[in-house]
Design a protein around this ligand. Sequence first.
Ligand SMILES: [Fe+2]
Ligand SMILES: [Fe+2]
Length: 184
Amino acid sequence: MMIEKVKEAVLKVADEDEWKFHLSLVVKYAKHLAKIEKVNMEIVELAALLHDIGRIKFGGKDHEITGVPEAEKILKRLDYSDEIIEEVKHCIESHRAGVNRPAKTKIAEIIRDADAISHFDIIPILIQIGLKKYDGDIRKAVKLVHKKIDRDWNNKMHLPESKRLVEEKYKAAKLLLETTEKCF
Ligand SMILES: [Fe+2]
Ligand SMILES: [Fe+2]
């Protein structure tokens, strides 16, 4: 299957943790939302697999832009139609919910939402990422994660099913982070 080829191309550059802790979750939640929203499952899966290809290859900065030509290259090589390629490119450029690049299609909304939903399954890993970023400063790491989950909840999850899926985890994570912040 062609999707398997795309997955192979992504796994060539992504390490195992990237797959286990992020990409596989985004694929899972995006497919769940796609079923509910009744959109093209193949495009959703392609976009979920490729949405962070820019970050994986070149780092986080502007990866919603750097990922676009990378995804295009992979999909062109596998002979995907222009229509599919355009939709996937739009999903990549809009997945960070930046003000200049809002999601304009249902599939792009699904990818943006699934990206945010996935974070709530890996809160301890987000803390670890924060610790690395701030040289082991736990106060800064906790604040960063708190800000991140608030941003995900407020700015990124717009489909009703997304909030429903995450609500319990969001409240639990927020309670734990706020409780910890009171000790700082
Ligand atoms: Fe991303
Ligand atoms: Fe992502």
